[in-house]
Design a protein around this ligand. Structure first.
Ligand code: FE2
Length: 387
């Protein structure tokens, strides 16, 4: 496959990275000219003390601070409307999203709905948002979604269907990536979100829309995850280096997939997660090796590089033999961190495969990036192999 020579890079205008980077939020908020800030988060982040810490730093700069803590995992559109209702008459001029992908995605949607008015339905799809949103600072507390650097907000509507807004106005005005905020993440969440980051990295690296810029980011992310995810899962509360490296990996993979796109892993995983309500990272992890096996002939050279980045020895092997080692390397990471390996392990019904496949094939926005052309029959076979 030839590399794309023409490409466009969209990333947030400012990204601050580092242990204790969060200490900068007061100063940064004043640079935006803010006087009244709304923190958008969930109860878990409030209980962890992270929200209070951020609030204190902002208040030390004489900023008024309100808190909306109603974000739920896999958030419904109702959460966005609830938040906007709480904002009425309060004159907030800056939003701060703190949490996993859910809080960050809600913050994106609130930001543009406040200024563009109307209903969320008006903005589903690509580039429907007409003008910039309220300024927003995004602070991830997991290492996986990369949502702090993407232009996407994923919500669930009142019919329980996933709805997606894509707009350059969803990019953060500032993303603060402070790995210390991920120290207290439980092992299971670390494992699931880490596998999500690995999927972002592998899918964007092998995307037909990958370019020189995204290749650097995604391949580095793959190697960092290979070296650090196990440590982050099993020693995460004290191994600061592994948390730092996973945060960087998530950030790089997020920037990469925001430009090059994810592909069949996410397409099949989203169908699965939608029907069975399983965590996003877990559903991706469950599909990853079967999709890689299918995709190998689409780009042996890149899968060979993935195997190498994950520490596999490929000297003396052909590209095809080396590429197959990527499947093995990914499977071992996933097994090591306790991810179930088969769909039947989490009680997915075999008879649902046809329905899941029909949902997944509709996800053209992702499948167009796949390195190998994929049909409905292919998707059924992949689910079958994963089952
Ligand atoms: Fe994802």
């Amino acid at each position: 496959m030839e590399i794309n020579l023409n490409f466009t890079i969209f990333i947030p205008s400012k990204i601050m990275v580092g242990n204790n980077a969060i200490e900068n939020i007061g100063e940064e908020a004043t640079k935006f000219g803010a006087s009244k800030v709304l923190i958008i988060t969930d109860v878990g982040i409030v209980k962890s003390g992270i929200m209070d810490k951020v609030r204190r730093i902002l208040e030390n700069r004489n900023l008024k601070v309100g808190v909306f803590e109603g974000v739920e995992p896999e958030p419904h559109t109702r959460v966005v409307y609830d938040c906007i209702k709480e904002m009425e008459g309060e004159n907030y001029d800056l939003l701060v999203g703190i949490g996993g992908g859910s809080s960050i995605d809600v913050t994106k949607a609130v930001s543009v709905l406040v200024t563009n008015k109307g209903k969320l339905d008006d903005y589903y799809g690509f580039d429907k948002v007409k003008k910039p949103g309220l300024k927003k600072i995004q602070i991830p507390t997991t290492a996986g979604t990369g949502s702090e650097v993407t232009n996407v907000s994923v919500l669930i509507d009142e019919n329980e269907e996933k709805v997606v807004i894509y707009s350059p106005y969803l990019y953060a005005d500032l993303a603060i990536v402070d790995p210390l905020l991920t120290l207290s993440l439980p092992p299971k969440v670390t494992a699931h979100t880490g596998m999500d980051a690995l999927c972002h990295a592998i899918e964007s690296y092998t995307s037909v829309d990958a370019n020189l810029f995204t290749d650097i980011l995604s391949l580095k992310a793959i190697s960092l995850i290979g070296k650090n995810l196990r440590k982050a899962v099993f020693q995460g509360d004290k191994n600061i280096d592994s948390r730092y490296n996973m945060s960087i990996a998530s950030l790089f993979a997020g920037m990469s997939f925001s430009i090059a796109g994810c592909n069949a892993v996410h397409a099949l995983a989203l169908a699965l997660g939608g029907k069975y309500h399983i965590p996003h990272g877990l559903s991706n992890a469950l599909m990853l090796t079967s999709v890689i096996e299918f995709n190998l002939p689409g780009n042996y050279e890149k899968f060979k590089n993935i195997a190498k980045a994950l520490g596999e020895k490929v000297e003396g092997l052909s590209s095809i033999e080396s590429a197959h080692k990527a499947v093995k390397a990914v499977r071992i990471i996933s097994e090591d961190i306790g991810i179930p390996q088969k769909l039947r392990d989490i009680n997915v019904k075999k008879e649902d495969i046809e329905e899941l496949s029909k949902i997944a094939i509709k996800n053209n926005r992702l499948l167009i990036h796949n390195p190998r052309k994929i049909s409905l029959e292919d998707i059924m076979e992949i689910y079958q192999n994963a089952w």
